[in-house]
Design a protein around this ligand. Sequence first.
Ligand code: GLV
Ligand code: GLV
Length: 318
Amino acid sequence: MTRPIMEAGIELLREHFEVVVQPEERDLSREEFLEAIKGFDGVLSMLTNRIDEEVFKAAPRVKVFANYAVGYNNVDVDMASYYDVAITNTPDALTLATAELAWGLLFAAGRHIVASDRYTRDGRFLGWDPLGFLGQSVSGKKLGIIGAGRIGQAFGRMARGFNMELYYNSPHRKLEFERSTGAKYEDLFDLLPKVDFLAVHCPYSMHTHHLLGERELSLMKSSSVLINTARGAIIDEAALYEALKNKRIYGAGLDVFEKEPEIYPGLLDLDNVVASSHIGSATYESREDMSLLAAGSIVDILINNKVPSNCLNKEIFG
Ligand code: GLV
Ligand code: GLV
């Protein structure tokens, strides 16, 4: 295990294996990681561990990598299949936690909650202000969703209480989602100018790299708020910085960044940005479910001779 995780998953693994948890609260360097995993049959690894050909070559004994995340852009799954190594991820376990964080960021950015907190702590709150910290209302507004998978749909369903009109873009239409929420499918370029809030929920891949760049951001309303809890590089961070700085869009709530943990120079100096630290799945419930799902997938593959539903390359089992 390349980082300590919640106990439930560790206990499940201990029932079947000798478990070694890398004890330090930091990621191993690449060299340390390649060396550390050599003698193991399975590895529970983090989204900060790049799992690619170099890894499969360095640790030929490892038969499964359980990626402790739903996003697996850090893993070369095709290459894993070539080396007959199973890859699993943690879908479902963090769907609601991530959708909930997106709502938190939407309100935090739209209503200046973090800036107002800082103001209060700084002793600058001298009394109710008729024009202080004006923000954007949410109820009845138009909500755009990019990527209507599990998390995007959960985020959209949560909009019901705010009586919002839903618009979404995704590689495929999701008819049940449309029926149950009234969401309308839109081409990206029709969606962008229409919505008041836009939340990114698609996976990161070469197809979604810089999906939102200068041109796309320039099409959004100047009153709109952009939320990203997916992967940083779906948005061109330099273009986002310019759009926020020049008030081309109203604000952004970001949980993910293009070059984590580095953040684009100047982005954090802008007062229309709320920046959290990649905490989408960080609830007790979600992380416990993730730990059981990841551990369970290792037990299934190495002990039960069973292909778990969260295996990303089932074809290697023939
Ligand atoms: C977190 O970013 C995840 O993909 O689970
Ligand atoms: C605000 O506190 C109000 O009562 O309107």
